[in-house]
Design a protein around this ligand. Structure first.
Ligand SMILES: [Zn+2]
Length: 137
């Protein structure tokens, strides 16, 4: 149950991250913008990257050349920058594992002469029906 929830949630996040990744190449998408004192807090997506920025409004903005970047400039502000393909790939892992796991388990059970449904050993079984779960072998 929890496993399925993780897979469903991951698929949603894959779609979300992938969509943001593609959409960010068009124009800047601002997810959050607020001002506290002299600092502007921003979360935005641009050119395939996610930016978490805290910048002093009295200081001109920075240029961040690297794809992966983290820097705290104290009074000038701070920035975290990462490419959006990173969360996209990360959220791909649980669905990909689930996709491979089922066939792999069936293949392994078939080779060990176990019931495909429940894994019960069918060695010496002549009826062709699993005594554990009733599955037709
Ligand atoms: Zn069985």
């Amino acid at each position: 149950m929890i496993r399925n929830s993780i897979i469903v949630l991951s698929i949603l996040l894959v779609v979300l991250a992938g969509g943001m990744w593609i959409a960010s190449f068009g124009s800047r998408i601002t997810a959050h913008s607020s001002r506290v004192g002299d600092f502007q807090y921003l979360v935005y997506f641009e050119s395939g990257h996610c930016y978490l920025e805290k910048s002093n409004i009295w200081v001109c903005s920075f240029w961040w050349p690297a794809s992966w970047y983290w820097e705290n400039r104290g009074l000038a502000g701070a920035m975290i920058k990462f490419p959006l393909w990173a969360p996209f790939l990360m959220f791909c892992i649980p669905p990909a594992v689930a996709f491979v796991q089922g066939p792999l388990r069936r293949y392994r059970r078939r080779n060990r002469n176990q019931c495909i449904q429940c894994g019960y050993s069918l060695t010496g079984n002549t009826s062709g029906i699993c005594p554990e779960c009733g599955m037709q072998a």
